[in-house]
Ligand binder design. Structure first.
Ligand code: CP3
Length: 343
């Protein structure tokens, strides 16, 4: 029988205190992260340095005793392994070579060729599986195909994912071919993480909110369902968290439609709404607004209690609604944890 609280919540158990972890818990708000990143040179060098990537994964576990660790890597390493150029512009974010034609999709590497580049990531997972405290669960992850495709098509992040929507409208065959390539590669990438020791996997669909109606079904629900079905066939019982960020009404029924064991909820919906409409069908994760980690104080305490109370009658993993930001105060993270654990 498993004792890890994260796995118990994912199995549907309602716990007196929810397990806690935080998106981007290893990140720039921590001085020890900034020091290790400087030692590695830059962000991508850190991702591919297994020893240092494991070190930054462990830092928030040591400092705060979170109930789960998330592999330190990035959703854009998979496009890079498929052959896209990837770099980070300081202060701006990721840049990639763009793909907008069928020839571009066909020029991507076959999925069997991704593992050479991604081998250090699997090594990071192996180190973590050995090094983590026995009560801490290890989460692997990948981007969901739509979100990864938006970066591969535009070559960067964008507010409205306009380039990806334009390709979808103008050249559906190329767009769906790209989604299929990413979907199949993601299955193999996550399966390797699980073989290396990841106990849970999470799919980040950060831009799911811009898919509406049938597009949401076709490009958020279906690829996620395909990945989850393939992973569970290979790894029976593997728990999966899906994060269709800003899906709004799309959160309703998402677990049933995709086979996810848990739906992560962003902070654009209230916890009371999510408890009523999403938690009724299983475990939810979320959804404190990240800005509380900057401002702290009584507001943080009140908002944290509100999330805990709203979700206390069903399976819940406490988390933020999105990643913690670099300007957050590490003391506020401790205040949040103390508030959750005080009930
Ligand atoms: O959560 C964790 O601690 C695990 C590691 C992790 C990172 N990125 C590290 C990272 C995870 C799970 C991600 C996911 C990711 N990456 C997403 C989906 C989640 C989300 O935030 O919506 C996306 C869209 C990306 C792509 C990406 N990576 C962007 C847009 C950026 C730049 C924006 C930013 O925050 O700087 C990154 C960089 C990145 N990924 C950093 C970290 C810690 C900051 C890099 C640095 O140290 O300078």
């Amino acid at each position: 029988m498993t004792q890890k609280t994260l796995l118990r919540a994912l199995a549907g158990e309602t716990l007196p205190t929810p397990p806690i972890w935080m998106m981007r818990q290893a990140g720039r708000y921590l001085p020890e992260y900034r020091a290790t990143r400087a030692q590695a040179g830059d962000f991508l060098s850190l991702c591919y340095n297994s020893e240092l990537a494991a070190e930054v994964t462990l830092q928030p576990i040591r400092r705060y005793g979170f109930d789960a660790a998330i592999l330190f890597a990035d959703i854009l390493l998979l496009p890079q392994a498929l052959g896209a150029d990837l770099w980070f512009e300081t202060g701006e974010g990721p840049r990639l070579s763009t793909i907008t034609t069928m020839a571009g999709v066909q020029a991507l590497k076959p999925k069997d060729a991704i593992h050479e580049k991604l081998a250090p990531i699997y090594e990071t997972v192996r180190i973590l599986a050995r090094a983590l405290p026995k009560e801490t669960a290890l989460i692997g992850f990948a981007g969901a195909p739509w979100t990864v495709a938006t970066y591969m098509i535009a070559g960067r992040g964008s507010k409205d994912q306009g380039a990806a929507h334009a390709l979808k409208a103008a050249d559906r065959a190329t767009f769906t071919a790209l989604i299929d390539v990413i979907t199949e590669a993601t299955i193999d990438y996550l399966s390797m993480q699980v073989q290396a020791g990841a106990e849970v996997v999470k799919l980040f669909d950060s831009w799911a909110g811009s898919l509406k109606g049938q597009d949401f079904t076709d490009f958020a629900v279906k690829p996620t369902a395909r990945i989850i079905a393939a992973l569970k066939a290979k790894h029976p019982g593997l728990p999966v968290i899906a994060f269709p960020r800003e899906a709004d009404a799309g959160y309703i029924g998402f677990a049933a439609a995709t086979g996810a064991d848990c739906v992560a909820i962003d902070n654009s919906v209230t916890p009371e709404w999510a408890a009523e409409h999403v938690q009724v069908s299983g475990c939810v994760q979320g959804n404190l607004a990240p800005h509380h980690m900057v401002s702290g104080g009584q507001d943080l305490i009140d908002a944290t209690r509100r999330v805990v109370n709203a979700f206390r009658h069903g399976p819940h993993i406490f988390n933020l609604g999105h990643g913690i930001t670099p300007d957050a105060n590490p003391d506020n993270v401790q205040l949040m944890i103390d508030t959750v654990r005080a009930g």
